[in-house]
Design a protein around this ligand. Sequence first.
Ligand SMILES: *[C@@H]1O[C@H](CO)[C@@H](O)[C@H](O)[C@H]1NC(C)=O
Length: 182
Amino acid sequence: MQIKNVVLSVSLAATAAALPAIESNTFNVITIHSGSNVQYASFNAAKSSIFAGLSSQNASCARPKEQIATFYLNNEALYLYDESATPQELYVDRSGMGQGKIGYTTGAQPAPMNAERVGWAIKDEHLQFAGSDLIACPNSIGGSWSIWASTGVAHPGGNSNCVGIAARAIETSTPNGCLYTQ
Ligand SMILES: *[C@@H]1O[C@H](CO)[C@@H](O)[C@H](O)[C@H]1NC(C)=O
């Protein structure tokens, strides 16, 4: 009972200060697109971008052998999970230049011009931005797929053969804390 009260007051304090919520549920993401090579590939984070099917993230992790990214949501903002105080927060650039580019900033780094940080949600177990499913484009680093938000551009960033995916969020109670590369 007493412990419960402490946890509750800590989480209320965090909400009040608008800090990334340490109490939020952490999750990994796998892509679902039947009949495509990107079916059941895990989301990765590296070089301030999000990928699927990357064999090596080169992140600094509590469990270094694992090569998948761990996320959590707080007030429609999306973060990469770590135990350290350096937050890594995702953004989306839906401008004509960005075409739905998804990136992340590290620590106090400001979001780039036109970037939006708020608008993430999990709907029917699928991670979405601004109410839309995400897009995966092949032939990125190491044969992986780059992950984009949907802006009505079917093949963003000069890519070809992109496919719409369902980004299935899978909750994890043993999140691997990582600092991902910039
Ligand atoms: C990870 O490091 C290896 C070896 O330096 C490099 O070849 C590879 O491109 C890196 N991958 C990423 C995603 O940074």
